[in-house]
Design a binder for this molecule. Sequence first.
Ligand code: FE2
Ligand code: FE2
Length: 217
Amino acid sequence: MTVGDKPLDFKMNQLLHGAFKRELVRITAGVVALADDPELDATGLVQRWNFFSEQLEHHHMGEDKYLWPLAQERSSRPEEQVVLTAMEAEHAALSGQLHKLDVQFADLGAGRSVDLAQMRSNLVELTTILVGHCQHEERDATKVLQRHIRAADLDEFHKYTRSGPDAALVFPWICDGATQDDQTAAWDTLPWFVRLVAKPVMTRKYQARKQTFDAIP
Ligand SMILES: [Fe+2]
Ligand SMILES: [Fe+2]
């Protein structure tokens, strides 16, 4: 770090974590509604899961590739290395649970029989691991990153983040259900001239997709 370097702001990471947690509540409610009425059309729910699963996997792959290894390389403190290793292990645990559910949602989408009670309990377990991981990352790992990583290190990470699946839907999705302050904070990460053009276009696209997602209320 050189004099005058400011610690990085990881607010967007926290906002994204909030969106993941809200989405899991919606998906779990969808599975419960489907268990109550198996005649409901599950197409939107499966699409909602696929969107969530891809976003979560993309987010974790970015952290695993661009953030933890760089901090691991620069840190000489054992207590920081423990936190960084834990981040990778927690991502791996999440990935295993995510894939179990990917298979179940694929079965649901293909009209094959699925055990909805088992899906619900898998979702509850995923939520437990995710909430714990987000807390751990925000409380401990963010400080380690702020100590070792500077804005100039993040060009590739930002490029990777922008290239994700359904990238145009991510900002309005992060804002869906967030507080007004958090919505403002998310959009404010974009330069004003990009925001001016992109916000209405992205919001329209997300609202259209959300109509499908919300097919099971
Ligand atoms: Fe994260
Ligand atoms: Fe993470």
